[in-house]
Design a protein around this ligand. Structure first.
Ligand code: PLZ
Length: 449
């Protein structure tokens, strides 16, 4: 088996370099877009209509032969890099063993191994259990189910600017109406949006913003009706909002005092992206439940709810599951991701990326007044663009910059409630040279404004 197994780097032939050889999009992407428009609904849009053929490390190659530096990693999924050799080998081997039996019919070791690894690497030194699912939204749904069953309460609290998914319950939990919710209601009930901590915009200390959030939960909702509070330690789609110091610990303390299950949605911030396994560690919080997805399996769909055994065991047998949930190929890939992080010391890479990128972004802020804020941790950094000298959001500048970057071979993602944030969430495999080159393109793009 292993003899015939050719690793991705041998076959990829993809040099880790930026190369633009056609207009963007190129002719083949144009032709594919025509076919796509006939059969894929407009509701499924693409930020950049270039069709991808291959990818390796931090480079994606389109059907016209253009090579892009990928600073988005499929929204934080390809954390250890595209077609990582260990992930490809593990998934390929599992494909030849069995691809599906369904864990709730006949179990298999891969599922258990992923649960062991999540128990080991999520914050908190206590017995933990994990249910595996297919997507981030499904993890959020299941966390709420479990918290409701455990507490016997129904209320769900989330924070302003949060993103938790596109299913009916998670749409209700997501903040932003357009494009996620508009016209798609009615939404699940008993979901309550509390003010968050957004230091750049509210200027509040952690203690003051926590007091504001807690006042809302106590006065407008009522603590004894709340099953759970769901927070993203660093908000993802909301714009990589890093809460003020002390904010999250105060919320955790309040939850503990009021019998509210404290849930960290680490679907975007987790899995080594910020230099630790889960960003909760940076803030000194130990959530009751931690949600993971995206980066945990190198692009294969799998997600988890991991948490205190007594909470996770609240459901009766048969209450949790799903046909593909914890799929054996995805589980094998997840094990390979964990093992690679350990054996290759990838936790250090988040800090390396921050050391290079953050000072460079701060230098750009000195040069260009349109950059109102530079924030983030590890390989989860962002700039928020404003009308110079104000807090007025400047989404138009983001559109100009991301389009310029795409034409010059750099994939940049936007974010933020106002669409005025550019986020940098490259793979941990990206080299300093590629990061520096991408920064050069960003500088040029800012100069065109
Ligand atoms: N929670 C914190 O970031 C997914 C969604 C992009 P799924 N974010 C990217 C889009 O346009 O759909 C996300 C997240 C956080 C939950 C989710 C949902 O994860 O795997 O997309 O369901």
């Amino acid at each position: 088996m292993t003899d015939t197994l050719v690793t991705a780097s041998e076959t990829s032939g993809i040099s880790q370099e930026r190369r633009i050889v056609t207009a963007i999009p190129g002719p083949k992407s144009h032709a594919l877009t025509e076919r796509r428009l006939a059969v894929v609904p407009v509701g499924v849009s693409s930020a950049l209509p270039v069709f991808i053929e291959r990818a390796h490390g931090a480079i994606v190659v389109d059907v016209d032969g253009n090579q892009f530096i990928d600073l988005g990693a499929g929204i934080g999924v390809m954390t250890i890099g595209h077609t990582d050799e260990a992930v490809v080998a593990a998934a390929t081997a599992q494909l030849g063993e069995f691809t599906h039996v369904m864990f709730t019919i006949t179990p298999y070791e891969g599922y258990v191994r992923v649960a062991e690894l999540l128990a080991q690497h999520t914050p908190g030194d206590f017995p933990k259990k994990t249910v595996l699912l297919n997507s981030g939204a499904e993890a959020v749904e299941n966390a709420v189910k479990i918290a409701r069953k455990y507490t016997g309460r129904t209320g769900v609290a989330v924070l302003d600017h949060a993103y938790h998914g596109r299913t009916n319950l998670t749409m209700a939990m997501t903040y932003k109406s357009m494009p996620y919710k508009l016209g798609f209601g009615p939404f699940a009930s008993d979901v309550h949006h509390a003010p968050n901590s957004y230091p750049f915009r509210d200027g509040l200390s952690g203690a003051d913003s926590a007091a504001r959030t807690i006042a809302y939960l106590e006065k407008a909702v009522g603590a004894s009706d709340l099953a759970c509070l769901v927070v993203e330690p660093i908000q993802g789609e909301g714009g990589f909002v890093v809460p003020a110091e002390g904010y999250l610990p105060a919320l955790q303390e309040w939850c503990a005092a009021n019998g509210v299950v404290f849930i960290a949605d680490e679907i975007q911030s987790g899995m080594a992206r910020t230099g630790v396994y889960f960003a909760s560690e940076h803030f000194g919080i130990v959530p009751d439940l931690v949600l993971s997805a995206k980066g945990i399996a190198g692009g294969l769909p799998i997600a988890g709810v991991t948490g205190r055994a007594e909470i996770m065991d609240a459901s009766h047998p048969g209450g949790l599951g799903g046909t593909f949930a914890g799929n054996p190929v995805a589980a094998a890939a997840a094990v390979a991701v964990f093992e690679s992080i350990e054996s290759r010391g990838l936790l250090a890479e988040g800090a390396r990326i921050e050391r290079l990128l953050k000072p460079a972004l701060l230098a750009l802020q000195q040069k260009y007044e349109v950059i109102g804020d530079v924030r983030g941790i590890g390989a989860m950094l962002a700039i928020e663009l404003v009308q110079p000298g104000t807090l007025e959001p400047n989404p138009a500048a983001v559109t100009v910059i991301t389009a310029y970057a795409a034409r010059h071979g750099v994939l940049l993602l936007n974010a933020g409630t106002w669409g005025n944030v550019i986020r940098f969430l490259p793979s941990l495999a990206i080299s300093d040279a590629l990061l520096t080159e991408a920064l050069g393109v960003l500088d040029e793009a800012l100069a065109t404004l």
